[in-house]
Design a binder for this molecule. Sequence first.
Ligand SMILES: Nc1nc2c(ncn2[C@@H]2O[C@H](COP(=O)(O)OP(=O)(O)OP(=O)(O)O)[C@@H](O)[C@H]2O)c(=O)[nH]1
Length: 414
Amino acid sequence: MSQPVFLIVDDQKSIAQVLKQKLSVQSTLPIKICHSLAETQMLLATGVTIEVALCDQNLADAPHGETIKYLLQQHIPTVVFSASFYDGKDGGNHYKKIADFVMKDSPAALDYAVNIMLNLSQNAQRQVWLLTSNQSNYAQKLINMLHLQRYQVQTFEKPEKIQQQLTSETPNIILIEDATNLKQEAVYQFIEEVRQGYNLNQLPMMICESSENIYSAIKMMKYGVNDFFNTSFTAEEFYVRLKQNIELSDSYHAIEDISRTDALTKIFNRRYFFESAEKKFAKLQQAQKPFFVLMADIDHFKQVNDTYGHQKGDEAIIFVAKQLQEFFSEYLVARFGGEEFCVFGELSNLDQIEQRCEAFRIHIETESDIATKIQFTVSLGLCSSGMNIDQAFNLADEALYRSKNNGRNKLSHC
Ligand SMILES: Nc1nc2c(ncn2[C@@H]2O[C@H](COP(=O)(O)OP(=O)(O)OP(=O)(O)O)[C@@H](O)[C@H]2O)c(=O)[nH]1
């Protein structure tokens, strides 16, 4: 299938060009421009898939929003870009199907329009979980509105069902539609339980309350709901709040990713390793399951840097990180800094892990030359005992230094 494209329909050529330029800075998808209804029809006749269209309301050959109507008939997510409020006076109910509306009233509107297009494009990958105990008309209206903005929607009748699904996946936001029809205590308990696993930024929640029940909404917010919306909200008001809550959470996740990732190799860093390994270690101990810690260190790395330069040294580090991730893909792999790495995980079979460590050591010895044009080796230290993660890590480190002292390019056990 060919790549979808963004479509900009505007008879003001300069505006269309500025929009295209701004959009191209932030997206790799192709962008098509049309200046009339006829051009739009010709483009669509080629069979191209439109990701999102931004369409001026009035064009020379379509003075009453006919282009918008045409795009909507083709089921294309369409944002209306107009100097006057789009009221759908051209007859028909199709205006209810527009994904969003942007007022063409200032230079800032161009940035906002681009932001809306990108957001609609991303929404196709965003999950909204809706807790609704009855299939009310409002719940259905909400689902339709979410679909118009391309969100993936899953509905749940009971809080327990959401809890259950949270063990395997996390949505971008949870909407609680009719708390009044659910037992209040159950809703409070649900919010509290969600907040034990996720903070306000990690998983936002919004609650729907009628204007008369505003105090209930505020109480829910005290319990850990981020925001509320009510049945009297316009679609635009609801979309803006939803978008802001999701974007805030996205930014938080992006910062969280940066803070746990090693900049050179893009694998986890030391800080995240200990944070995560401690939790995993506690779970394994509780279940009385064995574990292992593997330390890996490139041999004579100073010499590698001195002989081939720092950049080649970096390539060697990246190569080892990638290979470790491949050989130990089901475990926690991190760079500790410099040329030192660590792996942690559940030990299902000691022989198998030893064999894998050996295979990894031999792979670096034989493949490093081919991949990086310099030949180097690694020393390894393996440990499967210790009262806590720090002790296990120290024991693995001691084993690693035995490998170093015994001639390097070896695996030692604690
Ligand atoms: N290229 C590169 N070098 C780094 C980086 N971080 C640390 N180093 C270098 O890694 C080298 C580590 O050297 P040493 O700790 O003496 O160890 P070694 O030369 O590998 O010797 P053994 O571990 O005993 O085999 C130092 O020269 C550091 O400057 C990095 O991110 N990139």
